[in-house]
Design a protein around this ligand. Sequence first.
Ligand SMILES: [Zn+2]
Length: 92
Amino acid sequence: MCVWPSALNIARDRVFTAPVGQAREQGNKDKFSRLTRSTFYRVVTGHAFIGEYTRRFYPRHTREQIACPCGEPIETVEHVLLHCPRYTAESI
Ligand SMILES: [Zn+2]
């Protein structure tokens, strides 16, 4: 069973349903930087520059352009976040 979609939905709901006035009360100091939030939104919407995105929007891609450098044939968001050995705690 894959837990990816439900985990992603929970994370998305926490970001998108945060109280709007909370940022104002904190003096507009967001909990996360704009870069972090932008990256998160790209991941959630699938518009991150990874192999999966390249395969979807650039039909003339090569296998090397959509593969993960670790050897996975298609670099997906799920693969990068949950399975890729390049981003394990030991390798970072
Ligand atoms: Zn990988």
